[in-house]
Design a protein around this ligand. Structure first.
Ligand code: NDP
Length: 250
């Protein structure tokens, strides 16, 4: 029997690919997305039509009420929840000195605090079942060799790593397993320069150039060099699907 799974940030990128791959593997998948009535309406409809076991669910990870409602709906409909995949995230590129505290807090919120909101809503169900799996989508940028211009994202992903390790130490006693996937650099959404200070975004460019003249050329060159052109994001979806398929509770 397949698992009942929720994956956050499933409107695009790794999240959307993983949701489909997991449905293909026979699981019941709830693809969490924000703003299903608006800009993610097409992604939600496409996923709902993908398979009988594929469901989109409104789940804005920045909002505890939205998370609580989404998880409650899943448990109501499915009668259970086995696997939680923390995938939603967002990256900001730039010289670390240029970031306001609010910008840093926003990256931290989407990548770290979001996972706590989801766990707070989901864990009571996993604990009741005395079984389950939590998977974080971290980043290799949090594992040393820090490239420049990734300061807020690097800090957030390192914190996500630490939180995942803390969960691993504490929830196994309730039969709940944990895992973290740490992708390298792929051309999916978080890596788009639109989040980052695109050269056409003059306000961002000017703020960065004020900190270090010439920084934009350096940043864009280094970032492009980090991402191998043949890196296939489907690898991440395959790895997540493999982990979900491993025997649990043994
Ligand atoms: P995408 O931008 O394609 O995916 C990010 C997803 O997060 C989107 O679906 C986005 O939704 C969602 N999201 C952001 N904020 C919220 C929110 N408040 N509530 C719900 N969903 C939200 O990028 P990727 O697929 O690249 O990123 C997925 C994960 O992989 C992230 O955690 C990222 O840090 C990690 N990662 C990415 C790497 C890469 O090279 N691309 C490398 C290592 C890790 P919306 O469409 O509504 O904005």
């Amino acid at each position: 029997m397949g698992s009942t799974i929720v994956i956050t940030g499933a409107s695009s990128g790794f999240g959307a690919m993983s949701a489909r791959a997991l449905a293909d593997a026979g699981h019941t998948v709830y693809a969490g997305m924000r703003d299903i009535a608006g800009r993610n309406a097409t992604a939600a409809k496409e996923f709902d039509a993908y398979a009988g076991t594929a469901h989109s669910v409104e789940l804005d990870v920045s909002d505890q009420a939205s998370v609580d409602a989404g998880i409650a709906r899943i448990v109501d409909e499915s009668g259970r929840l086995d696997v939680v995949i923390h995938n939603a995230g967002h990256m900001t590129l730039g010289p670390v000195e240029a970031f306001t505290v609010e910008q840093l807090a926003s990256v931290y919120d989407t990548n770290v605090l979001s996972t706590q909101r989801v766990n707070r809503a989901a864990l009571p169900h996993l604990r009741r079942q005395r079984a389950g799996l939590l998977i974080w989508v971290g980043s290799s940028s949090a594992r040393g060799g820090t490239p420049p211009y990734l300061g807020p994202y690097f800090a957030a992903k390192a914190a996500e790593d630490a939180l995942a390790v803390s969960y691993a130490a504490e929830v196994s006693r309730f039969g709940i397993e944990t895992s973290i996937v740490v992708p390298g650099s792929f051309t999916t959404g978080t890596n788009h320069y639109a989040h980052a200070g695109h050269p056409e975004d003059t306000a961002t460019r000017d703020a960065y150039e004020e900190v270090y003249p010439g920084v934009m050329d350096d940043l864009l060159g280094k970032q492009a060099a980090l991402t191998p052109p043949d890196a296939d994001p489907a690898e991440v979806a395959r790895e997540i699907t493999r982990i979900v398929g491993l025997p649990r509770g043994e």
